[in-house]
Structure formats: C-alpha cells, structure tokens
Design a protein around this ligand. Structure first.
Ligand code: NAP
Length: 222
C-alpha cells in the first residue's frame, strides 16, 4: 500500500509513519522544515518530501503515481487558549489557523486527487472534537474550533464529490493525545490513538461517506 502523510515529522504524523512502515507499506512522509526524526528511521520504504501546506508551493520530492491512503494530519492549535478567547482573538490569528487546518487539507487533496483516484484510495482528514458544535460546552478557542469545524464540512464535500471515483473519505478525531500540541497532557499516547484511527481507516466501508469518527470507532456528532 502507498501511504501519504502530511505533518509526519513528529506527534501523530510520526506515529502514523511508524505504524504503516511496521506493516510493510511504502510511506511518503511530508515535513514542513525539520525532518530529523524521519531521517533517523533509516528505512528504504520511506520517502521524504518537504511540504508546507499553508502555501501554494508544490511538495519537494518524488510523488507516488497512486496513493492508497492519504492522511491529512498537519495542523496547528494557534495561539494559547487564553489567546483564543473572545477578547483576545484577532482576525490574523483566525486566518493563520484556518489556512493551515482547513485550506491546507484542501490544497493537498486538490494537488493529489488524481493519484488517490488512480488507486481508488482513502482520504483521512484529522479534525478534532473541538470542531463539534454539539461537543462545545466550554466556548472559546475560536480559531482552532472554527478551523476544525470547517474541515469537517470540507471533508464531507470531498466524500460526496469523490465517491463516484471510488475514493472513500473519512474525518477523524484522534482523542486527546500526548503530543507537543497538548504539551503532552493528553489522556492517551500516540500509539493508542494511531492504533485506533488506523482501525477506523481499515473499516472505512462500515461508515457513511465523510462521517466524523473518533479513534475508538464512535461516531462524533457535530
Ligand atoms: N494531540 C491531540 O490531542 C489532538 C486532538 C485532536 C486533533 N488533533 C489533530 O491531529 C493532528 C496532529 O496533531 P499532533 O497532536 O500530532 O500535533 P503536533 O505534535 O503539534 O504536530 C503537528 C504536525 O503538523 C505539522 N505542521 C504544522 N503546520 C504545518 C504546515 N503549515 N505545513 C506542514 N506541516 C505542518 C508540524 O510540523 P512542524 O514540526 O514543522 O511544526 C507537525 O509535524 C493535527 O491536525 C491536530 O489538530 C490532535
């Protein structure tokens, strides 16, 4: 299987890389600027590409002709929780986070669509429960919540638009995971989250097109 992962140099992205390498898959791992952890893996089936998904620049590196699984993992939280309060949030903060978390996956899919269609592959977009309106009882976090909510809708449109081409699209919530993004304060570790999400991906046909699903297989209401 050819697996393509964005934001793969640390956190959940690196966890996905390790999971699919262990399964014997060919992995195309994208990083924005720092690739030391990927280089250290030192395996021939790993292909490195430099790609900042916040820009319209093309990925630097060789692409696979067909992509069986595209994981849109790259994302940012934005400024601190306090910095994303109603009083502190700024239009620039909103646009920066929206550009990476929502426009980024759209750019990636627009650029790689034909290759995913060639494999009748799967696209997995990493959103967050923070983007669920139903789950939002604590307010705040404007930039991150809005960007991840928008990604749910974008992912659903992709699912509908690409279904006739045999491409399945799913939206994932990784859980609250111990990574740099959460300052390692999450409830589960990267291995647990990736083990769950990869199971969901494997059973993508059990879910509706574009459905929003957590790492434990539960459908997330939004
Ligand atoms: N951790 C959680 O509890 C949690 C919960 C819900 C959803 N998520 C989502 O899961 C995904 C992975 O999160 P994580 O916890 O692994 O975060 P992380 O540890 O902060 O890693 C984020 C990754 O995204 C990359 N990235 C950021 N901006 C980028 C850009 N413009 N272009 C390309 N790559 C970029 C980072 O690269 P650099 O090293 O270059 O910065 C890094 O590889 C994110 O989409 C996040 O929103 C995480």
């Amino acid at each position: 299987m050819n697996v393509f992962i964005t934001g793969a140099n640390r956190g959940l992205g690196l966890g996905f890389v390790q999971h699919y390498l262990a399964k014997g898959d060919q992995v195309w791992a994208c990083y924005r600027s720092e690739c030391e952890a990927l280089v250290k893996l030192d395996v021939e089936v790993l292909h490195l590409l430099q790609w900042d998904v916040s820009t319209d620049d093309k990925p630097q590196g060789e692409l696979p002709n067909a992509i069986d699984l595209l994981i849109n993992n790259a994302g940012i939280y934005g400024s601190t929780k306090a910095g994303q309060s109603l009083d502190e949030i700024t239009p620039d903060n909103m646009l920066e986070v929206f550009n990476v978390n929502c426009v980024g996956p759209l750019r990636v899919v627009k650029y790689l669509k034909e290759r995913v269609v060639a494999a009748q592959g799967i696209i997995a977009n990493l959103s967050s429960k923070m983007g669920s309106s139903t789950d939002n009882s604590s307010g705040g976090t404007y930039a991150y919540r809005a960007s991840k909510a928008a990604l749910v809708i974008i992912s659903k449109s992709m699912a509908v638009d690409l279904q006739p081409d045999g491409v399945r699209v799913i939206t994932l919530h990784p859980g609250w995971v111990q990574t740099d993004m959460t300052h390692h304060s999450g409830l589960i570790d990267v291995e647990q989250s990736v083990a769950g999400m990869t199971q969901v991906i494997e059973h993508v046909n059990d879910y509706d097109a574009g459905q929003f699903v957590a790492f434990d297989g539960a459908v997330v209401p939004y």
